[in-house]
Design a protein around this ligand. Structure first.
Ligand code: HGY
Ligand code: MN
Ligand code: MN
Length: 407
């Protein structure tokens, strides 16, 4: 295909701003939780852009959005895209960049009358973040048939509302389309790094070779509430005390297992009152490691700690788990070749964050392109990448797309 085509980065930036308005927070961040009206507004905007570019738009049974630019052959297609849902305190780039840049790529091809050899499919997967309904990467898990429609519909949020109810309530969220008639061979995702490496090393592009594994666990500590003033210390079954001891012990694990990242991001006390001993504490443990053996070792150590004898009952359940993965050498080299051809500085790297590409690598040859994140910050209103960095990433995506679509 015509490698000299230039993307319209101003249009891309404007569309990122327009998308950020869908769920705009007063502090400048974005809250576009999956399976909400706001989520639908964002994906409808993407669908409009796809239609304006003349692509065939499809929506599957859980709301995954696809745009199809037919190629001149029936060779397996190249899929590019990401997600448009955000965490509750999200930024403007996580996921959104990958979808908006993918649309810019196919728009430029379509505007220029270029017919790719392989069909190109743009994808916007639902519920990559998993912060309201678990597991995360849900849209790509469903697309890869790793979870069923029934399992998706049965997933409930903290208020007991199910995705099935939300899909029924929000008109137009779900569709009835599939991609069964469009075999796909490759998946490529542009994403912000969300970490400090590219900025620290003063590099323009991350050529992503794989993604570390993740394991999410919910821990429930059950004690007994009682009066804070009248109950002698030795007669308490204080869930607050026991959960604190467990959390402190768990936080030693990264010191035991190198490269392990452990986060206790959510803690809920019940009844959460100043003068009542906590009867129940629920908290989450997010474990990440690039080595599958060490991830399992960390999970085993976590369970050992949770099983230590205490005055409370401790139970736990897995919320999500994704194995570490290594990307296709064909896709990694296409990204490297595209970056080199544009003269960008780059480094091969593993992703610290989970991504749809990590799920899709099990059914397609997958890979990713990273651009720097200012101060390495993400999942925050401070999330930012410059228009120059956005342009570099989008053009590497475009170059690698053309290499793969011409194969
Ligand atoms: O949690 C993650 O790594 C991703 O942002 N869902
Ligand atoms: Mn993301
Ligand atoms: Mn994210």
């Amino acid at each position: 295909m015509s490698a000299k085509l230039v993307l319209q980065i101003e249009r891309l930036e404007q569309r990122l701003r327009d998308l950020a308005n869908m769920g705009a927070r007063l502090d400048g961040g974005v809250c576009r939780l999956a399976f909400t009206e706001v989520d639908l507004w964002g994906r409808s905007l993407m669908a409009d852009h796809l239609e304006q570019a003349g692509l065939e738009v499809r929506i599957d049974a859980i709301g995954n959005l696809f745009g199809i630019l037919r190629g001149s052959t029936d060779l397996p297609a190249v899929m590019i895209g990401s997600h448009t849902d955000t965490v509750a305190t999200g930024g403007r780039y996580d996921g959104a960049l990958g979808v908006v840049a993918a649309i810019e790529c196919v728009t430029r091809l379509s505007e220029s009358g270029v017919v790719p050899k392989r069909t190109i499919v743009v994808a916007s997967f639902v519920n990559e973040e998993g912060v309201r309904f678990m597991p995360d990467m849900m849209g790509s898990l469903y697309h890869s048939r790793a979870i069923s429609l029934q399992e998706v519909q049965a997933s409930t949020d903290g208020d007991g509302i199910s995705i099935g109810q939300e899909l029924g309530r929000i008109t137009g969220f779900a569709g009835a389309d599939t991609l069964d008639d469009t075999p796909i061979g490759f998946f490529l995702e542009l994403h912000i790094e969300q970490g400090p490496i590219l900025e620290d090393e003063n590099l323009q592009i991350g050529v992503v070779t794989g993604v570390q594994g993740l394991s999410w666990t919910e821990v429930m500590v059950q004690g007994a509430s009682n009066h804070a003033g009248t109950t002698p210390m030795e007669r308490r079954r204080d869930a607050g005390l026991v959960s604190g001891e467990l959390m402190a012990a768990l936080r030693q694990l990264p010191g035991e297992i190198g490269d392990l990242r452990l986060t206790i991001g959510s803690v809920t006390y019940h009844p959460n009152l100043v003068n009542v001993i906590a009867s129940q504490v629920t908290f989450t443990v997010d474990l990440r490691h690039p080595d599958p053996v060490k991830l399992r070792a960390a999970e085993a150590r976590m369970v050992e700690i949770l099983k230590l004898k205490s005055v409370c009952e401790v139970s736990y359940r897995s919320l999500a788990r994704v194995e570490p993965c290594l990307f296709s050498s064909n896709v990694v080299s296409a990204v490297q070749q595209a970056s080199d051809a544009l003269g960008y500085s780059s480094i091969k790297m593993i992703s610290g964050a989970g991504h749809d590409a990590q799920i899709l690598h099990s059914i397609y040859e997958a890979g990713m392109v990273f651009i720097p994140s200012r101060n390495g910050v993400s999942h925050s209103v401070e999330e930012y990448s410059t228009p120059q960095q956005v342009g570099a990433g989008a053009h590497v995506l475009f170059g690698a797309l053309q290499l793969l679509a011409d194969r």
